[in-house]
Design a protein around this ligand. Structure first.
Ligand SMILES: [Zn+2]
Length: 330
């Protein structure tokens, strides 16, 4: 199963349809594939685990898209065993084909109904469709079933801590220690905890599908085919272990650094300015007194002793987030 060829040409290879597999698969919607074991009557714990993997929510973040294509290929060729109900999602198919972050609006600002606040466009329709699909497919679970969601990204800019996880704002459901263990095993450099709800995909699956959800930033975005997938070996091992219901490897790096979002920088005026150099990497440290951003009627200034900046971007549309101010949890 060549997921990418399928995405680009829309044609399923005929060999796939004929092959004997020990799982059922279904092409649910464009870029959305559901795989589940044939013996659905079997009520062991492995069968009750749902796993959602998404990539290409931003169409130019290619390494996770390539990884996902490999996982699917290995499942179809028997090199990877399926022990969960697996939903694979390529988030924004047309943006992926065009190698663009998005066509009209950032898809990852449109979930949990936020798409209703935008004029109809490819992304607002896609957000609504993905919400419908997930609500239907994931609410059919029994209460004893669990659901994990890894939304896989690469960042636009350089990062002093190259790989990190963003955890949506607190959920009703308790944190699954096994899920958090997977983040350690993925050798991530940092975890960032949101304190306010956002319109991201991982927030949506957490709030509406009862999932343990995370957005993963796995390094720098490159063009399709230009990635060295060995750079992504640790997350690759973790996802393969999750698909096959295997134990996660022990972490080799020093402990993950933990941050919380202290404040979102909102761009609400035309004269909005970020007082950082254009290439300031993620996790740049800012000192007390420094003005981070300003616009008519508002100034963002460092108040605690030191803070860190994440996703600074003065070019976002008005009304959107132009950066996050972080504090370190010690
Ligand atoms: Zn992204």
């Amino acid at each position: 199963m060549d997921y990418l060829a399928f995405l680009f040409t829309g044609k399923l290879p005929s060999a796939v349809r004929e092959r004997q597999l020990d799982f059922h698969w279904e092409h649910v919607d464009e870029g959305v594939m559901l795989l589940q074991g044939k013996n659905t009557q079997q009520k062991n714990t492995q069968q009750q685990q749902n796993l959602i993997l998404s990539a290409g929510i931003h169409g130019n973040e290619t390494a996770p898209i390539e990884l996902m294509a490999e996982w699917l290929q290995d499942l179809f060729e028997g090199r990877l065993q399926l022990k969960v109900r697996l939903l694979l999602i390529l988030g924004n198919p047309e943006a992926i084909r065009q190698g663009r972050r998005y066509l009209e609006n950032d898809l990852n600002r449109m979930f949990s109904g936020a798409h209703q606040g935008f004029a109809l466009c490819d992304e607002s329709r896609r957000a609504q469709r993905l919400e419908q699909l997930l609500m239907t497919m994931m609410t059919a679970q029994t209460p004893s079933q669990s659901c994990w969601h890894y939304d896989l990204h690469t960042a636009i800019r350089a990062s002093l801590l190259p790989t990190f996880a963003l955890i949506p704002a607190p959920a009703q459901q308790a944190t699954d220690a096994h899920f958090r263990q997977s983040l350690d095993a993925a050798e991530l450099d940092a975890v960032v905890y949101h304190r306010e709800k956002a319109a991201t995909f991982s927030q949506f699956t957490q709030d509406y599908c009862g999932a343990q959800s995370v957005t993963l930033e796995l390094g720098k975005a490159k063009a399709l085919g230009d990635n060295d997938l060995t750079d992504f070996a640790a997350i690759d091992r973790v996802i393969r272990a999750a698909i096959s219901a295997q134990q996660f490897a022990r972490r080799q790096k020093s402990s993950i650094r933990r941050f919380e979002v202290l404040q979102s920088i909102l761009k609400s005026q035309d004269d909005f300015q970020l007082h950082l150099h254009d290439q300031a990497p993620n996790f740049s440290c800012l000192q007390h007194g420094q003005v981070i951003a300003s616009e008519t009627g508002r100034r963002y200034q460092v108040e605690p002793k030191q803070v860190w900046i994440l996703f600074p971007n003065a070019q976002v549309k008005k009304g959107l987030r132009a950066g996050l101010i972080l504090g370190e949890l010690v």
